[in-house]
Every structure is written in C-alpha cells, then in structure tokens.
Design a protein around this ligand. Structure first.
Ligand code: GDD
Length: 280
C-alpha cells in the first residue's frame, strides 16, 4: 500500500504510524542529492535530519514494538583519513548540508537506542547503484546518456562536473539485503556497507563507454555548475564488521555493475521503458 506522507510533517507521520503499527521501519526518505543540498540547506536539514527524529519520536510516543532502520551515508565522512579505509570507528566530517543532516540522523538514532531502548540501527551505506538509480546521480546520468546516444536519440554532449572524485560503488539489491539483515539482529547496532573498491568518475566513463567501443572524451564536456562548493574526494569503505556479524558480503563489483546499468538502459530505450520511468 502506498500511504502519502512527508518527513517535514510530524503530525501526519504520527497518525500513519498509529494506523499502520508497522513491525519494521526502513527509513530511507530524504532530500538525498548532495549538490542540491547546497542550494536548499534548510529544507535538507528539516527533511533529512529532523525527519528521522519525527519518526523516532512517534515510535517512542506510541510505544510501538517495532525495529527501526536509519539510512546513514558515506557522505558523513569527509573522505579518506591517512589512507585508511572508512569504518564504523572513523570520525565523521561531513562536507555538505546533506552530510551534516545525515550525521544528525545517525546520532539521534543512536540516542533513541541508548536513551529510549528502541531497536534502532544505522546502516552506513556507501554509494549503491542500479538501473533504478535516479537520473541526476552521476552513474545513471552517464548510462542513460550513453543508451540515448547509441540509439541516436541525442545530439547533445554529456555535461558532467568533477571527473576525479572516487566512489565505492556497490549494487543496490545487495545493499537492500544488508538493510534487512541489520534489522533481523537481536541487538541493534551500526554497520558500514561497502565493496572495499574505489573508482573515479573517469574510470566509470572508461568502463561504460569502453564496453561499447566508444571514446568518451569526444562526447563529454565539463560544466562547472555540477561542481560542489566542497567535494568528498575519495570514499572507500571497510565492511568487515558486516561480514563478521551479519554475514553480508558484496558479490557484484565495479565492472559488472557498470555493465548491468549500461545494458539495462539500452534495453530500456529499445522498449520505451525509460519513457515510462520518466512518467513514474
Ligand atoms: N550528480 C552528479 N552529476 N555528480 C557528478 C557529476 C554530475 O554531472 N559530475 C561529476 N560528479 C561527481 C560528484 O561531484 C561526486 O563526486 C560524484 O560524481 C558522485 O555524485 P552522485 O552520483 O551525485 O552521488 P554522491 O556521492 O554525491 O551521493 C550519493 O551517494 C551517497 C552515499 O555516499 C547519493 O545517493 C547520496 O544520497 C548518498 O548518501
């Protein structure tokens, strides 16, 4: 069932929880675009940060016997520290209003766990991608443009920002399994979910265009409007706690992920699916 709601509307959230009385909540809602958070920082703080508190406070007030998953983010880190992988023990240093709001969400979740006894856990998920990724995020922007180019549907260049940033990109279906596993634990806790590999946007372009034998440098143009006032240069996670405690290990790595996305977008163009997704 789809119920309408808004993370900035605490009264409506409270009523929904009172009506549904869920046993598990996967809180994935947010203003989740990092670049956009610099344009609308107050709204981002309200929805992405306080939205989490509104949900937790409703659970507490209603005395709901439910488990709560909070979608943390690798954007809470400012990047690699002394070249060591980012883990649950690494201090946060957010570089965007989005990252700062997620740090609040992380700690308010820990606080409701410690102070109110709520079964509340944080998954600190590194970037996760799939054919369903929104088109304004860099991976899907690239694979969608590529599919349109191959099908002769665009004569525009692909405009991108910083090609040097590196991300630890995993495959979303596997990350959703990790969320579920986190909530099945008797004791709530916080876990990094990542592949342990990092690649630049440039490498993503190499792989995506390369698998079709196309030279991306002839098609990509840099538009500074996609630069961020402060960038997270390199993200690389250590998910060994998740492997040890909840038995989660990623299987799909970078090359396969890029190929899945390129193939799906080309197939989508062939079947007019992209158009359907546009309208959804
Ligand atoms: N979006 C976008 N568009 N990013 C670009 C572009 C472009 O045209 N060109 C270069 N980039 C660079 C960004 O500067 C950034 O370094 C990197 O590509 C990835 O950007 P996004 O795909 O927008 O993802 P993100 O890393 O900022 O954030 C995503 O992952 C987080 C987990 O670390 C989002 O899904 C967040 O909600 C999530 O928490």
């Amino acid at each position: 069932h789809l119920h309408f709601g808004d993370l900035t509307d605490g009264t409506a959230l409270y009523s929904l929880l009172a009506k549904i009385r869920p046993t598990e909540i996967y809180h994935l809602g947010a203003q989740s675009h990092v670049r956009v958070s610099f344009d609308i920082p107050v709204y981002t703080g309200d929805a992405t940060g306080l939205g989490t508190c509104r949900l937790l406070e409703s659970i507490r007030d209603l005395k709901l016997p439910c488990r709560f998953y909070q979608a943390g983010s690798s954007e809470m880190y400012g990047g690699l520290l002394n070249d060591s992988l980012l883990s649950e023990r690494t201090p946060f240093h957010p570089r965007s209003p989005y990252g700062a709001a997620k740090v609040y969400s992380h700690w308010i979740t820990v606080n409701y766990r410690e102070a109110q006894g709520i079964h509340a856990s944080n998954g600190i998920l590194f970037n996760h991608e799939s054919p369903r990724r929104g088109e304004t995020f860099v991976t899907r922007k690239i694979t969608r443009w590529l599919a349109q180019h191959v099908k002769g549907l665009t004569d525009q260049p692909l405009y991108l920002g910083n090609l040097e940033a590196k991300r630890d990109w995993g495959y979303t279906p596997e990350y959703v399994c990790a969320m579920w596993r986190i909530l099945q634990q008797e004791t709530p806790d916080d876990y990094v979910i990542a592949t342990g590999e990092t690649h630049s946007i440039r490498e993503f372009l190499d792989e995506a265009f390369g698998c079709l034998g196309i030279d991306w440098s002839k098609h990509v143009k840099i538009d500074p409007k996609y630069y961020r006032p402060a960038e997270v240069d390199v993200l690389l996670g250590d998910a060994s706690k998740a492997a040890e405690k909840i038995g989660w290990v990623p299987r799909v790595k970078f090359k396969e992920l890029v190929q899945i996305m390129v193939k799906a977008d080309i197939k989508g163009e062939e079947h007019g699916l992209t158009e359907i997704w546009d309208r959804a």
